[in-house]
Ligand binder design. Structure first.
Ligand SMILES: Nc1nc2c(ncn2[C@@H]2O[C@H](COP(=O)(O)OP(=O)(O)OP(=O)(O)O)[C@@H](O)[C@H]2O)c(=O)[nH]1
Ligand SMILES: [Mg+2]
Length: 405
């Protein structure tokens, strides 16, 4: 039975069984020893190497995509619960890292458009914040962005976390639930997520579908968009457990294809693109073929600093952090970038900086490496931290940081 990450084998807790046997035989107690120096455990990898995707490879300048017969171009919105893998999937489809990713929910705070150009279609892929039960003004603003992004799509792809879906089904197998009861529960979530929306229609879902996914489905159905499902993280689920999950998802109203994928291994992504293609209108490409996103490098660099906060700092601190690029200068030998990190309390500032600045050094150096990979140049990065009391509850600050329109 594998041990959970971060736990030790029970026999090793006090030096192991053999060590204890030795203590019983020798009478004098061993002299107390200084504890071994604390070794920082390396973080487990939080995202794959995205690599270059074969479907995005264009045959040099020889191809004039505007003249390819039947060429398609359109917009696809990726939605789902927090942590379902939307941003990882976006990066994987593009073959480039532009969206930030972490193991923690609610990493993405505002929409990000990635542009995927293939020899047969150009797809504007919109990554969105995870849809969940929002409480704080920041979370409500995030969900407002996700709901708004539904409107702009030719097709919506709901990303479902297969592992979460399987767990829900296994825990609730055999439980008989009142469909009406489930509806009320979901409707409450829906109403909170879209305060301006008219009440969601009374839709009955299979209770075998995770309630969080049902809440997202309601939002999609409310937007009247065509939609399909990418069942993600199939690399960590037994294939025999996937079938019942897919059967339950297939009962959702008006759902199109359900494609099992793994953003981590790239399995199923070609099939996903094939399933998306018929929804896109025939049109020449609307964006220059080597455009990857409509976001500026300034914005992406601020996000890369926030990503490191999400990946390296525990507890609630990342949820109180917002980042802004204050300086972005292209110098002859390098890019000079200065990022300002806003926190809500001075205690958060102290945690971010760490003892003798060690934590900040680690954050900045990881963010800098990511920036260099993105920009393809050497980067000189400066990061400053400022306390902006209670910013996540203030509309003026949410607007200033771009989270609220
Ligand atoms: N094993 C596995 N892990 C995945 C896969 N896709 C994403 N993940 C992991 O899931 C976690 C969340 O991924 P994100 O891409 O940040 O999820 P998200 O849906 O964008 O989350 P929010 O931005 O918080 O809404 C990360 O640790 C990813 O590495 C996958 O296909 N397989
Ligand atoms: Mg995300």
């Amino acid at each position: 039975m594998p041990r959970p990450y971060g736990t030790r084998h029970p026999d090793r807790r006090h030096g192991g069984r053999d060590a204890r046997a030795g203590q019983r035989q020798s009478a004098p107690a061993p002299a107390p020893q200084a504890p071994p120096p604390r070794v920082e455990r390396p973080l487990p990898p939080q995202e794959p190497d995205y690599g270059v995707q074969s479907w995005a490879q264009l045959d040099g300048e020889a191809i004039n995509l505007a003249q390819v017969p039947g060429y398609r171009c359109g917009a696809v919105t990726l939605v789902g619960q927090p942590n379902a893998g939307k941003s990882t999937l976006l990066n994987r489809l593009l073959g480039e890292k532009i969206a930030i990713v972490s193991q923690r929910p609610q990493t993405t705070r505002d929409t990000l458009r990635g542009i995927l150009t293939t020899p047969t279609a150009q797809i504007a892929l919109l990554d969105t914040p995870g849809i969940h039960k929002a409480r704080s003004p920041l979370n409500r603003a995030m969900i407002g962005q996700a709901v708004e992004a539904l409107e702009a799509a030719d097709v919506v792809v709901l990303i479902v976390d297969a592992q979460k879906a399987v767990r829900w089904q296994q825990q609730h197998a055999g439980e008989v639930r009142e469909a009406a009861g489930m509806d009320e529960d979901d409707a409450a979530v829906s109403a909170e997520q879209a305060p301006t929306a008219t009440p969601a229609a009374k839709l009955v879902f299979d209770p075998q579908i995770h309630p969080g996914d049902r809440a997202v489905m309601r939002q999609i159905l409310h937007s009247n968009q065509k939609w399909m499902i990418a069942l993600n993280k199939t690399d960590i689920v037994r294939p025999r457990h996937l079938l019942p999950v897919m059967a339950a998802l297939a009962t959702a109203p008006q759902v199109g294809a359900i494609v099992p994928v793994s953003a981590w291994t790239a399995d199923g992504l070609r099939e996903l693109l094939r399933a998306i293609a018929p929804y896109l209108p025939e049109s020449p490409p609307q964006f220059p073929v080597d455009d990857l996103t409509d976001r500026s490098l300034r914005w992406l660099c601020a996000e890369l600093v926030r990503e490191q906060v999400f990946q390296q700092i525990r507890d609630e601190v990342p949820y109180g952090v917002a980042c802004e690029t204050e300086v972005y200068e292209e110098l002859p030998d390098l890019a000079h970038i200065q990022v300002l990190v806003h926190v809500e309390k001075s205690a958060q500032r102290a945690i971010l900086i760490g003892k003798e600045g060690v934590r900040m050094k680690a954050l900045a150096s990881a963010a800098r490496a990511r920036m260099e990979a993105l920009i393809g140049r050497k980067v000189f990065l400066e990061v400053h931290v400022r306390v902006e009391a209670n910013w996540s509850a203030r509309n003026d600050k949410l607007k200033e940081f771009g989270y609220l329109q």
